[in-house]
Design a protein around this ligand. Structure first.
Ligand code: NAD
Length: 367
């Protein structure tokens, strides 16, 4: 099977961090025989500058055909005054919507060398490795009715939490499948105590479990208690599955347990394509960082770790994904740091390409 990959570097530091990922893709081709058919295109402000829209139709069509899309970041002050319909972020939203990427995977992994970056105590976060699966295409951000209406002489703002059984079913399956590749535990979070959508959520997750995943350990937790537990003792979790709104909040909380934005990858997965691989978009959690763009200061690890997720979830190369993650871990353990990971005054940070060099050297050493 060929491995097709569409690279969308985007704006700001996007192209800088993606340049390092490209070197790593080349390494896997040359040293591990993993051949990728890579194409590159524009998204965000970069696409707007050329096409007048943040994602051209031809790019969208290409994204639908490849095994995986890898995106850098979009946005920047140059585009802030654009009409809402052509803002850079609309390009990313179009990709997520038209590819129907309903499961957003946000790992929160704490590399030992960075444990002191967390606002929590070292022993609470060191070695942490959890995965939040957030439903991404439904729930209160999409439900109707929504809007600001007049009622009895005053305005009322309305959003609607709405989930169908099939929407819950498919994201629950995504979580159970992931758990089987990890530590075989899923915790489902909702507010079944006060929300009917939460009651349905809990029922459907339990039903999917009992029918098809009885081997996976399942627990249920109210989302507010889940937030507390994430801060108190996050290592009790393996996979957390939750809805769009709670997932938005809980994944940000979990992400910050681990320290720096420059280290956080993500994946958004949809339904399987004809070749059995899921539709997939991989991207770092961070934005285009205009304050450091063009200065060679950006940390490429989040984007590199997003490619590691692509290796695992799109290309079925779990061992090679682990090789790449361990290379990043080794480099950090050796004290190699981009500026965002510096704590000691006076130490010299490496540049974006310096971090890329170190990771490539660690990959060489892994052979
Ligand atoms: P940001 O993530 O771009 O930056 C926040 C802070 O973190 C900045 O100080 C930045 O320098 C730092 N930072 C981020 N990534 C880093 C990296 N890899 N290495 C080192 N430092 C890093 O968020 P922001 O400043 O709120 O937004 C900037 C632009 O990015 C805006 O236009 C916003 O709309 C856009 N944005 C895009 C995405 C995306 O493409 N998915 C996500 C968030 C924000």
């Amino acid at each position: 099977m060929t491995n097709t990959l569409l690279i969308l570097p985007g704006d700001g530091i996007g192209p800088e961090v993606m340049a390092e990922v490209t070197r790593i893709i080349d390494w896997f081709g040359a040293r591990r025989g993993l051949k990728f058919d890579v194409s590159e295109d524009l998204v965000g402000g970069a696409a707007y500058d050329v096409h007048g829209v943040p994602l051209a139709d031809a790019t969208m069509a290409r994204a639908q055909q490849v095994d995986a899309v890898l995106l850098g970041a979009v946005g920047g002050p140059k585009y802030d005054s654009l009409d809402f319909s052509v803002k850079p972020e609309r390009g990313l939203l179009r990709l997520r919507k038209e590819m129907d990427l309903f499961a957003n995977l946000r790992p929160a992994q704490c590399f030992d060398a960075l444990a002191d970056f967390s606002s929590l105590k070292r022993d609470v976060v060191a070695g942490l490795d959890i995965m939040i699966v957030r439903e991404l295409t439904s729930g209160v951000y999409f439900g109707e009715p929504r809007g600001i209406f007049e009622e009895n002489g005053q305005r009322v703002g309305i959003n609607t939490q709405r989930y169908t059984e099939s929407e819950i079913d498919r994201v629950a399956r995504a979580a159970f499948e992931l758990a089987r590749k990890r530590n075989n535990k899923v915790c489902s979070m909702e507010k079944a105590n006060v929300m009917e959508s939460g009651i349905l959520w809990r029922e459907v997750v339990q039903r999917v479990h009992d029918a098809d995943y009885p081997d996976v350990e399942l627990s249920h937790m109210y989302a507010d208690a889940g937030g507390m537990q994430l801060c108190r003792w996050p290592k009790q979790f393996d996979v957390i599955v939750t809805d769009n709104l709670f997932g938005d909040l809980l994944s940000d909380v979990a992400a910050m347990l681990t320290g720096s934005l420059g280290m956080l990858p993500s994946a958004s997965l949809g339904a399987p394509m004809a070749n059995g691989r899921p539709k997939a978009l991989y991207e770092p959690v961070h934005g285009s960082a205009p304050d450091i763009a063009g200065q060679g200061k950006a940390n490429p690890c989040a984007c590199i770790l997003s490619f590691a997720m692509a290796l695992r979830y799109s290309f079925d190369q779990g061992d090679e994904a682990t090789r790449l993650e361990q290379a990043v871990e080794k480099v950090l353990a050796d004290g190699v740091r981009t500026a965002d990971l510096m704590q000691a005054e006076g130490a010299t940070p490496v540049s974006t390409s310096g971090m890329g060099d170190a990771i490539l050297a660690a990959l060489d050493a892994s052979l």
